[in-house]
Design a protein around this ligand. Structure first.
Ligand code: ZN
Ligand code: ZN
Length: 117
């Protein structure tokens, strides 16, 4: 008994670079990371805000929501690892990232003021 068509080929001519994800909406694209609250807000539509880091070597900077930003401000000495757990960063394709920024950044400015220092 032999199965010739067994799917054991890793390379089928459609290889995706490790820097890409296969977005269910946009297909394979470069990705950036955003906190899970932004991920949820894209679908749920809640106004969670949108912050991003200014230094990046990726296609898009890392982004996070207002509550993650506030947590970060309130815990200036906290290890990065702890903040990563709060933010629970997820991968997002660059098009979803752009959409998230349009939706959440614009909406944030319509409905809320940034926290005063
Ligand atoms: Zn967040
Ligand atoms: Zn996408």
């Amino acid at each position: 008994m032999q199965y010739d068509g067994h799917d054991s080929h890793a390379h089928d001519g459609c290889e995706i670079a490790p820097q890409q994800i296969n977005c269910t909406k946009h297909g394979p694209h470069d990705f950036a990371i955003v906190c899970m609250h932004i991920c949820r807000a894209i679908r749920g539509g809640s106004s969670v805000g949108f912050f991003w880091s200014t230094d990046t070597d990726g296609p898009r900077p890392d982004a996070w929501c207002r509550s993650c930003e506030l947590w970060n401000r309130q815990h200036p000495g906290a290890p990065l690892k702890e903040w990563m757990q709060v933010a629970n960063f997820q991968l997002l394709c660059v098009h979803c990232w752009d959409e998230a920024k349009t939706i959440l950044y614009d909406r944030f400015h319509e409905t809320a003021e940034p926290p005063a220092d």
